[in-house]
Ligand binder design. Sequence first.
Ligand SMILES: [Zn+2]
Ligand SMILES: [Zn+2]
Length: 92
Amino acid sequence: MGGYVEFYCPFCRYHEPELAIGHGSQARQYLALFKCDHCKTIGSAWVSEEGRIRCGNCYDTEITLLPDETQLCVCPRCGEQGSLSKKQGEWS
Ligand SMILES: [Zn+2]
Ligand SMILES: [Zn+2]
């Protein structure tokens, strides 16, 4: 089962309300959180079996993976500290 997190930056109010993470029915692939400094977003994207991941927006491969349990993350928009919090709900 996968879950959802949201990202919110109180400084610039950048908000990603629903980012899916974790394993669904696909055993070998999973959705991981990333920060992309190229298009300045926080998102989630599929990690391939080889451990490769691309930004879901600009397809850049030079992105920073964030562990599922990350709670504080530098905002890609303004550079201040934003927060990641778990949300209710599951997906599969
Ligand atoms: Zn910000
Ligand atoms: Zn990007």
